[in-house]
Design a protein around this ligand. Structure first.
Ligand code: ADP
Length: 339
């Protein structure tokens, strides 16, 4: 189902925007929950996909790691099929207008609204120190969307709240500064379909915060070790098993086509098929699914200049688009610039 146009965005062209966090190695949860859909969407609509290194800095404060993860995201996306001639892939830090718009948004955001932010509350609950960046995270996210005139934001259902804050900000900005005109679009969440929660090796939601991930491009011994460590119950090999309650099968079903899925489910139910067999099947499915992408990634990593060229060109287009909106924003708010 394509993103729909709404009355509130109808005067603005449809633009899809999405940020990707470079705060760790991208994993299978990220792939099935977001990247796969990004790869599909980027071909269909005018779109901006950016690597949100300013966001990552709220939790990752290690220059070498931030640089590495940022470039890894670019490599991963390009290897997985992102075509830079169809869309724009770039670094958030290449578009300084984003932080400029954030500041303007700070001045129209009630502190009480940010105190309710889920990410902020979650991170505080996990015992992470709440720096002001973490607190203001949703504002930077809103600026990320609105600076490009984003009208559609692909997100999982769990992230709807952040789009709500962005919509509020757009409405409030237009109301306060628009003089009857809409300076900024009011974006819509584009809830990604089929977003199953991908389990990690310990059975909880796969997440870098739980250290239970399988990287998209893990390979060899490392991949095998992780797959073999997936938690299962202790039903003996010969006994029938329930595929629907098994973490290994939850992963198999994401990779397998219908026929393979049925075949494995039947083997579970019949007995004589142990978790070791299931893990071997999963390992093969992961290896085969990403074989071409893995090849492309190796190739690309030997040509880092080409990757930088893609990011540079994406950043140039991003800045151009951002500047279009910022001219109107500065003028509406009365911020004079003399350059
Ligand atoms: P992490 O939990 O590892 O920090 P992020 O919060 O950066 O991952 O998530 C990036 C994107 O990947 C989001 O769109 C999120 O919904 C999706 N995603 C992350 N983990 C999973 C998962 N286990 N299952 C499905 N989608 C996921």
């Amino acid at each position: 189902m394509p993103p729909t146009q709404t009355a509130s965005t109808s005067t603005f062209p449809r633009i899809v925007v999405s940020g990707i966090q470079p705060s760790g190695t991208l994993h299978l949860g990220n792939y099935f929950g977001a990247i796969r859909q990004h790869i599909e969407l980027h071909q269909q609509f005018e779109s901006y996909f950016f690597i949100v290194n300013y966001h990552a800095l709220t939790t990752l404060q290690d220059a070498e790691a931030l640089k590495k993860y940022s470039l890894d995201v670019a490599l991963d996306y390009l290897a997985l099929g992102f075509d830079p001639t169809k869309s724009n892939l770039f670094l958030q830090s290449d578009v300084p207008q984003v932080t400029e718009l954030s500041w303007i948004f700070y001045t129209i955001t009630p502190v009480s609204q940010l105190e309710k932010g889920v990410s902020f509350k979650d991170k505080v609950a996990q015992g992470l120190s709440a720096n002001a960046g973490l607190f203001n995270y949703p504002i930077l996210q809103a600026a990320d969307i609105l600076v490009y005139g984003g009208t559609q934001v692909p997100v999982g259902a769990d992230q709807k709240q952040n789009v709500e804050i962005c919509r509020d900000l757009a409405l409030r900005f237009n109301d306060r500064f628009g003089n009857g005109k809409d300076i900024l679009p009011v974006p819509e969440p584009y809830i990604l379909e089929d977003v199953a929660v991908v389990p990690g090796v310990d059975g909880r939601k796969m997440s870098k915060s739980y250290d239970n991930t399988i990287g998209i491009f893990d390979e060899g011994k490392e991949l095998k070790k992780k797959v073999m460590s997936i938690v299962t119950d202790s039903t003996p090999l010969e006994e029938p098993k329930d595929p629907d309650t098994c973490n290994v099968f939850s992963l198999i079903r994401l990779f397998a086509d219908d026929a393979k899925r049925e075949e494995v489910a039947a083997a579970y139910r019949a007995g004589g098929y142990g978790y070791g067999h299931a893990k071997k099947d999963l390992l093969q499915l992961i290896t085969d699914t990403f074989a071409e992408a893995r090849e492309r990634r190796h190739e690309l990593s030997n040509h880092p200049d080409d990757v930088m060229d893609v990011l540079r060109e994406g950043g140039r287009k991003g800045r151009e688009q951002a500047e279009r909106f910022m001219e109107n924003v500065r003028s509406a708010t009365g911020l004079i610039t003399t350059y």
